[in-house]
Every structure is written in structure tokens, then in C-alpha cells.
Design a protein around this ligand. Structure first.
Ligand code: ATP
Ligand code: FE2
Length: 327
């Protein structure tokens, strides 16, 4: 069985093609970017609609397949921006109806975790999912993927992007901050905000803006200190989640998981508690169609289908709203 998966929760329009043996035959994407400012949902949706045919075509070419060879269509049904989710859902319904293929709508956050279980040796990991919009610590417990900790305000990626914008660095900010941080020498103490199992970034952003305005600090040192502080906060709550759930594996996912300093710190934390740390290739950290296709296969094998009349998007669905019947 071969599944074509459509990702469209935010900036990325991605198509993945994956077999039921877990072989990734294609993972193609086109990302909506801006020179200045953030994402305007309607503009991103226009982008997705414009590139859809081309990305599907490229993915099929890469996989050396025709659309008729596809057995199943999966799409990110939740959570994300309504405008962009809708484009992926349209495309999925179209392909399903025209070519008479079954349809499965999947939860994007869970897809990040399941692709990690496919591509690494992780069996039952705690997922530290850090992307632009999302920052969650997710693990399986009693029939659901539960959120054990999260950011109380924005996601870490958006926070990095916002501060990068303050520095005039453009989008996406995460990699630019990382580059700058490499040149940092001095650690500047910043507000460290862990509240139980959750983290908060709002106060830190205000503090950083003030520090920047004062002109007393080097940008490089600020970037370095941001990474050290925020990543330590993330790993403190991840470690607590691992201890609480009695799990011995940590998996990193989401765009910010591409950050090599976060990876290094995560590995060190796991080493110290004699646990394993799993890091994916960058193409599977960022939003991608392959993870949607794979979760489609996993759910289909468990007998889950999405009827056209039930295929409406669910922008606000939470990870723990989904009943996990495939584990
Ligand atoms: P989601 O819909 O899951 O919230 P997203 O649309 O934000 O995802 P991703 O591709 O998962 O997309 O993540 C993008 C984020 O990752 C951006 O905020 C970007 O700044 C950040 N990022 C990418 N590379 C790095 C890096 N090396 N270091 C830190 N942050 C990074
Ligand atoms: Fe994501």
C-alpha cells in the first residue's frame, strides 16, 4: 500500500509518498516565505493553492509513480491555520473523489511523533515538539497522546522569529539567531520561566527588547544567552515529563529541533539520566508531507477512514482530543 500525504497547517505545502513498509519515496515541499513581517494566513493559502499541482507532480516524479498507483490519501486535518488547512483538505478531497481512493485526516502534532517512531529506534518516546506555532511535550499514556507540558504563550520558533525581527534579521529567525549565537562569548542572565510543567516566553521577550534598546549588550551575546536559557527551560520540562511518565526515550521534533545546540543539550540531559535521545534528519523535523502520509498508513491499518462528509478541517483540535486506537 502506498499513501500520499498532504501537509498544509502553516507556511509549508508538502507532499509525501510513503509505503506501508515505511519507505519514504518522496518528501517534497514548497514553503511560503516573506521578506519582512510574519505570515498572513490568506496569502499563505494563496501560495498553497498556486503550488499544489506542481508539488504533487514533483512528488510523484520523485517516487516514479502515477497518481493511479496511490492507494490512500492522507491530509493534515488539524491543528493549524484555517486558511491553509482548507487548501490541503480541498486537494485531498479532490484526489480522493476523482481517483476513488480512501481518505484519512490526521493530526499534525501526532504525525511528528509517529514519523519519529518510524525513522528512529524510539519505541515509546517523550516528544519535545518545538516548532513555530507549537511547543509541547507529548507522550503516549492510556489510549491518547497527552500533552505533559507546553508554552503558556507562543511557540519557541515564533519567539525566535519575533526577536530576530527586532534585530532586523528577517524570517525565519531561528537559524539566524543560531548563527549569531555561535559568535556569542558572554552569558547574559535572562528571565527563566518554568511554571510546573509549562514554560512562558512573554516576559523574556519584553526583557530582551529592553536590553536591546539599552544598547549595552552585544547581539551575539544576547542570541547565545537566549538559546542557553530557552533550551534549558525546554529540557527541564522534558526531563520532568520523562521522569513522571517513566519513559527512557526523548525524541526531538519541529523546526526548532534542527538547532544543533538544542540537540547537543538534549543528548547531554539524556546521557545524564541514562536515557536515549533521538534526532531526525532536518527534512522530517520541519513540517513535511511524509509524516502525514505515514500517520495515514498507520491509522488506515487500524481501520480508520475519514468520510468526505467528516473531512472538515479542525484548526483547534488538541493532541489529546484524538483517540489513539493504533497502539
Ligand atoms: P507548526 O505548524 O508545526 O507550528 P511551523 O509552520 O512553525 O510548524 P516548522 O517548519 O516546524 O514550521 O518550524 C519553523 C520554525 O523553526 C521557525 O520558527 C524557525 O525559526 C525555526 N527554526 C528552523 N531552523 C532552526 C534552527 N536551526 N534553530 C532554531 N530554530 C529554527
Ligand atoms: Fe509542525
Amino acid at each position: 500500500m502506498i499513501c500520499l500525504g498532504i501537509e498544509s497547517t502553516a507556511h509549508t505545502f508538502g507532499i509525501g509518498i510513503v509505503t506501508d513498509k515505511g519507505k519514504v519515496l518522496a518528501n517534497v515541499k514548497d514553503v511560503f516565505t516573506t521578506k519582512t513581517g510574519g505570515i498572513v494566513p490568506a496569502k499563505a493559502a494563496e501560495h498553497h493553492a498556486a503550488v499544489c499541482d506542481e508539488v504533487v507532480k514533483k512528488a510523484l516524479e520523485t517516487a516514479k509513480l502515477k497518481i493511479e498507483d496511490i492507494d490512500l490519501i492522507a491530509f493534515s486535518q488539524s491543528p493549524g491555520l484555517g486558511h491553509t488547512l482548507r487548501i490541503g483538505a480541498f486537494a485531498a478531497r479532490d484526489l480522493s473523489l476523482i481517483y476513488k481512493k480512501p481518505l484519512v485526516g490526521v493530526n499534525h502534532c501526532i504525525a511528528h511523533l509517529e514519523i519519529g517512531r518510524l525513522l528512529t529506534d524510539a519505541k515509546d518516546p517523550v516528544l519535545l515538539y518545538v516548532s513555530g506555532a507549537n511547543t509541547q511535550i507529548i507522550a503516549y499514556d492510556a489510549g491518547k497522546y497527552r500533552v505533559f507540558g507546553e508554552s503558556l504563550d507562543g511557540g519557541v520558533g515564533n519567539f525566535l522569529d519575533t526577536f530576530a525581527r527586532e534585530l532586523g534579521l528577517g524570517f525565519p529567525g531561528g537559524p539566524r539567531i543560531a548563527e549569531l549565537a555561535g559568535k556569542g562569548k558572554e552569558f547574559i542572565e535572562l528571565p527563566y520561566s518554568v511554571k510546573g510543567m509549562d514554560i512562558s516566553l512573554g516576559g523574556l521577550l519584553t526583557n530582551l527588547k529592553q536590553k536591546l534598546k539599552s544598547g549595552k549588550y552585544r547581539k551575539e551575546d544576547l542570541a547565545y544567552s537566549i538559546q542557553e536559557t530557552v533550551f534549558a527551560m525546554l529540557l527541564e520540562v522534558s526531563e520532568r515529563a520523562m521522569a513522571h511518565c517513566g519513559k527512557e526515550e526523548l525524541l526531538l521534533g519541529g523546526g526548532v529541533a534542527c538547532n544543533t545546540r538544542l540537540q547537543e543539550m538534549a543528548k547531554k540531559m539524556c546521557e545524564e539520566r541514562k536515557s536515549k535521545c533521538f534526532v531526525l534528519e532536518n527534512q522530517f523535523n520541519v513540517d513535511n508531507g511524509a509524516m502525514i502520509a505515514w500517520l495515514g498508513i498507520v491509522m488506515h491499518k487500524a481501520g480508520i477512514k475519514t468520510r468526505i462528509e467528516d473531512s472538515e478541517i479542525k484548526p483547534y483540535e488538541r493532541t489529546d482530543d484524538v483517540k489513539v486506537t493504533w497502539r
